[in-house]
Design a protein around this ligand. Structure first.
Ligand SMILES: [Zn+2]
Length: 249
């Protein structure tokens, strides 16, 4: 039974039998894995505090031939996204983890996706504002999949997005204000576009110099939700939860 050790991001867990858990994690070098953490639900488990979503950890696991499930030997947390955070970040942590889980193919190495997740955890742990971080994360996730629409110029007239951009209803690219519909669609202001241009060249920690006011953040949130829904062909549960939290506060 070959044993592997890797840096990993914990994505989610679910119960198995009486005392075990199945852990879904994204390794840096061998893609997404599912493994059994034996005894993880016992009171004095060696996995205690190590299996929260979006924990960065060193993981050792055995891989058995012809089996989808690996056996997890240990999980050694190196960074938790919620150390020193208020509970407002909690919903976002679940959202980030669910997005990575949905987008990471099984056992297919995607080091850029791993690095994006790891850098977002680091930014969360160092108290970066969570709203801009979420827009950054969505933007980069969609870019890494090659499905973020062009921000260079309007595909209809070739002009610049100098007056903002519009994602027309039922379409999933941006056109300029001159080519867009008179009403409807998702409007993205110049300041939201400016944030994306900064995000394209910055690490998540580097976002400190890129202010994103709440109106611009909402524009991007809507545009990104439409893009994510069409490319995943479903709406994420955690995104609905976040919207409900926003409505009640
Ligand atoms: Zn145009």
């Amino acid at each position: 039974m070959p044993v592997y050790t890797s840096e990993a991001l914990i994505l989610r867990t679910y119960k198995l039998g009486e005392v075990d858990r199945i852990v879904v994690f994204l390794t840096r070098d061998r893609g997404k894995k599912r493994g059994v953490a034996q005894g993880a639900r016992r009171v004095r488990s060696r996995f205690m505090g190590a299996l929260e979503p979006m924990t960065r950890a060193g993981v050792a696991y055995y891989e058995r031939e012809q089996r989808d499930l690996v056996r997890i030997n240990y999980v050694e947390p190196t960074r938790s996204p919620l150390s020193g955070r208020s509970s407002d970040a909690l919903g976002y942590v679940g959202y980030f983890a669910e997005l990575i889980d949905e987008w990471a193919p099984e056992s297919h190495t995607d080091e850029r996706l791993y690095r994006l997740g790891a850098s977002v955890i680091d930014a969360l742990a160092s108290n970066a504002p969570v709203g801009p971080l979420a827009r950054y994360f969505e933007f980069w996730l969609l870019r890494l999949q090659g499905v973020y629409p062009s921000l260079a110029r309007c595909p209809d007239c070739g002009g610049a997005f100098d007056g903002g951009a519009v994602m027309p209803p039922r379409e999933h690219h941006f056109v300029c204000g001159r080519c867009g519909p008179a009403s409807g669609g998702t409007r993205v202001s110049i300041s939201a576009l400016q944030f994306l241009r900064t995000a394209a060249a910055a690490s998540p920690e580097g976002l400190a110099g890129a202010p994103l006011e709440s109106a611009a953040s909402r524009e991007l949130e809507t545009a990104h939700r439409r893009l994510i829904a069409v490319h995943l062909e479903k709406e994420l549960k955690s995104a609905r939860v976040l919207r409900e939290i926003a409505r009640t506060t």
